[in-house]
Design a protein around this ligand. Structure first.
Ligand code: FMN
Length: 197
């Protein structure tokens, strides 16, 4: 009896001091107003012709229909449509620079579960398995500037981005790289100076 009462008190205290914040952070849906969030100041790109290439989980993942958009899984939604962090950032840059943006799409989709995606990404990086990409990104030869936007995966570039870079020649171009992440630092660049990011 005393033990049960103590347990209830501990649960209430956990919820009041800290637990509620934890639950909110991990299980609250992140709604965004896409038009408002991507309204940006214009950036002068000095007349350079550029393109934005981004990679994000959304569009490369078999999300279950009832997936909830929660911050821990790095998803946002507007009217039931999921939006990736890097996708939203790419849209902001599109408005800021006037450059068109294109998504890197993998043929094989990642699992709906965040944890399984993390394991799948680790395996393909450990075993250096290139991703098979859809070919819907235009020829880059006409662009002077390439803006890459992607999430940090295991401290580095996701394998689909590494594959994209190995399949496209960026020699002589100005490359900007914008990385979204969950707070950890950059581990290493796997491309051994093939491109300066
Ligand atoms: C497979 C995988 C690996 C990740 N590895 C890292 C990491 O090493 N460090 C980090 O800070 N965040 C990591 N994250 C979190 C993402 O970088 C972060 O949530 C990002 O904003 C997601 O962007 P997106 O919504 O465009 O996919 C990882 C996420 C996934 C799915």
């Amino acid at each position: 009896m005393i033990l049960s009462a103590a347990l209830v008190v501990i649960c209430v205290l956990f919820f009041l001091f800290g637990g509620r914040t934890y639950i909110k952070r991990h299980y609250q849906t992140v709604h965004v107003d896409r038009a408002k969030e991507t309204l940006t100041e214009k950036v002068d790109m000095n007349g350079k012709n550029g393109i934005i290439i981004y990679f994000t989980r959304v569009g490369n993942t078999n999300f279950k229909e009832n997936v909830d958009a929660v911050s821990s899984a790095s998803l946002m939604e507007e009217n039931g449509i999921l939006i990736g962090n890097s996708e939203l950032l790419a849209e902001m840059l599109e408005n800021a620079t006037g450059y068109p943006s294109y998504a890197i799409r993998t043929k094989k989709k990642y699992s709906s579960s965040y944890g399984d995606t993390v394991s799948e990404a680790k395996k393909e990086m450990d075993e250096n398995i290139p991703s098979e990409l859809e070919n819907d990104i235009p020829d880059l030869s006409e662009y002077d500037t390439v803006v890459l936007v992607y999430p940090l995966w295991w401290g580095t570039l996701p394998m689909p981005v590494q594959t994209f870079l190995s399949e496209n020649d960026l020699e002589g171009k100005t490359v900007y790289s914008l990385v979204t992440h969950g707070g950890s630092g950059l581990k290493k660049l796997p491309l051994d100076g093939a491109v300066s990011l």
